[in-house]
Design a protein around this ligand. Structure first.
Ligand code: ZN
Length: 432
C-alpha cells in the first residue's frame, strides 16, 4: 500500500513537471474579449474550453463570477483552459457570519432607530427587510459588540439578510496571549542591540532583533496607530496596540492576541506604496479586534491540546519568527487561520483603508505583488500562498467593482512623502 502511494505521488510530480493540467480558482475580474477572461493579471483563454455554467443559471462568463478553470499555463500570466465551471452555490448559498463591530454600523441620527434598513458591519453592507428577523437593541455605542447575521449575497455585492442579531462583547481573556507570553521591547545588555524579548513568567523565551533604524519604527508605529478604527478604544478591550518592525526577510506580518503587531522587514521592503502597507496593517488589526485567535481556539475548531514547548531559542537571536511563535502556541497566528477568518480580516482591512482615506485599489494590489513574487515557488505562508492570494485578491477586486463606481477613489491617497522618506531611511533589505 505504501509502495503504491509512493508510485502515485511520483506520477503526479512527473505530470506537473511536464506542464499538464492544473486547476485555478478565483473571481472573474474582467472579460477582455469573447475568447478570454481575467482573474487579476492572469488571462485565461477560453476558446477551446468546455463551459459548464448552467448550474449557476449563467449562459456566459461575466465579471464577479466565481469560477474554476482547468487547463495549462502557456506563459507568464497566460493560461489556456480546457474546462471552465462555475461554483453553483455562489448566489444561493446562505452566508452565516459573526463579527465584532469595529465601527458604528449606523449614522448617528439613525442610531436610535428600532429597525434600521441597512447596516455596515463586517466589511459588508447588510440589507434588512420586513421579513428579516431582527434582534437589535438601539444603544449609544455598538462598537465592540458582536453581530450575528445570515443572508444571501446579491449581484451588487450586498447581503440580503434573513436574520440579524446583536450579541455580546468578547471577554477579557480573548485578548490574552497563550501561556501569558509578554513581548517587551528592550536593549540587549550583552550587545547593546535593540530587541524584543519574549517573556513567560519572567523567563526569557527568545530574543528578536528589532530593525535598528528608528525612523522606520516610528513611521510604521504612527501609520499603525493612525489606522485604528475610530471606535477601537471606545470599548473596554484590554488591548494595547503596538507595532514593531523585526528583522526577518520573509514577506509576512503577525498579530498577537494582545495587540502586539510584528511586521517583518521583508514585508516593509516589498510593499509598493503606503496604501498596501496600510491594508496589511489593517488586516492584522482586524485579527486582534475580532479576537480571531480566541475564536479559533474556542468556537471554530474542536478543542486542541496546546503543546507548549519550553521554547528557548536554539540560537541567541530568533532567526525564524514564524517557527518561534508556533512553538509558543501561536501557530494559527503564523500559518493563517481558516479561509473564512482570513476573508473576514481582508474585508475589514479593506473597509478600514477606505475609511482612512486610502485608495483601496493599490491596497488590493498587494495580492498581485505577492503573486508576482512567489509565482515560481510554492509556500504555505498565509500572505504568499498562490491559490489563496488569487482567490482573496480577486474577491476584493470584485467587491470593489460592485460597490463603488469607476473613479470613486481618484482623489484618495496611495502614497505619502513620509513613506518615501521611510524607504530611503530603510535602504535595501533582503526579501525572501
Ligand atoms: Zn491574516
Amino acid at each position: 500500500m505504501r509502495k503504491f502511494a509512493l508510485v502515485l505521488l511520483l506520477g503526479v510530480t512527473l505530470c506537473r513537471a511536464a506542464g499538464s493540467t492544473v486547476k485555478i480558482r478565483g473571481y472573474i475580474t474582467s472579460v477582455p474579449d469573447s475568447h478570454s477572461i481575467a482573474i487579476l493579471d492572469d488571462i485565461i483563454a477560453t476558446h477551446a474550453a468546455h463551459l459548464d455554467l448552467q448550474n449557476c443559471g449563467q449562459s456566459s462568463l461575466s465579471p464577479g463570477l466565481l469560477v474554476e478553470a482547468e487547463g495549462v499555463w502557456t506563459a507568464r500570466h497566460q493560461f489556456t483552459a480546457e474546462k471552465v465551471s462555475c461554483d453553483a452555490n455562489q448566489f444561493s448559498r446562505e452566508i452565516t457570519e459573526n463579527a465584532y463591530l469595529q465601527e458604528e454600523p449606523l449614522a448617528a441620527e439613525k442610531r436610535a432607530e428600532a429597525r434600521p434598513n441597512r447596516l455596515k458591519a463586517d466589511g459588508e453592507l447588510l440589507l434588512l427587510t420586513d421579513t428579516t428577523q431582527l434582534n437589535w437593541h438601539p444603544a449609544e455605542q455598538l462598537v465592540g459588540y458582536q453581530v450575528h447575521y445570515r443572508g444571501v449575497r446579491q449581484p451588487d455585492g450586498s447581503i440580503m439578510t434573513s436574520s440579524v442579531e446583536l450579541g455580546s462583547s468578547a471577554p477579557a481573556d480573548a485578548y490574552k496571549n497563550p501561556g501569558g507570553v509578554r513581548v517587551v521591547p528592550t536593549t540587549d545588555p550583552k550587545t547593546g542591540i535593540k530587541i524584543l524579548e519574549f517573556q513567560k513568567e519572567s523567563k526569557i523565551q527568545g530574543r528578536m532583533k528589532l530593525f535598528p533604524v528608528e525612523e522606520v519604527q516610528e513611521y510604521v508605529r504612527k501609520l499603525g496607530l493612525g489606522l485604528l478604527p475610530h471606535g477601537a478604544d471606545a470599548t473596554k478591550r484590554p488591548v494595547e496596540f503596538r507595532f514593531f518592525v523585526v528583522e526577518d526577510p520573509s514577506i509576512n506580518a503577525f498579530a498577537l492576541p494582545d495587540g502586539t503587531i510584528l511586521i517583518n522587514t521583508g514585508l516593509v521592503g516589498a510593499v509598493e506604496n503606503e496604501a498596501q502597507l496600510a491594508f496589511v496593517l489593517s488586516h492584522e488589526i482586524s485579527h486582534v479586534l475580532q479576537a480571531h485567535h480566541w475564536r479559533e481556539v474556542h468556537d471554530t475548531r474542536p478543542k486542541r491540546v496546546l503543546i507548549t514547548i519550553a521554547a528557548v531559542a536554539a540560537s541567541y537571536y530568533i532567526r525564524d519568527l514564524g517557527l518561534f511563535l508556533g512553538q509558543l502556541g501561536l501557530e494559527a497566528v503564523v500559518n493563517g487561520y481558516s479561509r473564512r477568518i482570513e476573508n473576514q480580516a481582508d474585508r475589514l482591512g479593506l473597509q478600514n483603508v477606505i475609511d482612512h482615506g486610502y485608495d483601496p485599489w493599490p491596497a488590493a494590489g498587494f495580492f498581485r505583488t505577492m503573486l508576482d513574487h512567489y509565482r515560481q515557488r510554492s509556500t504555505s505562508a498565509i500572505w504568499s500562498s498562490h491559490d489563496s492570494a488569487l482567490l482573496r485578491g480577486s474577491f476584493l477586486t470584485v467587491q470593489l467593482l460592485r460597490q463603488y463606481p469607476e473613479g470613486h477613489f481618484d482623489k484618495a491617497a496611495v502614497n505619502s512623502p513620509a513613506f518615501a522618506a521611510m524607504r530611503d531611511a530603510m535602504g535595501p533589505v533582503k526579501i525572501e
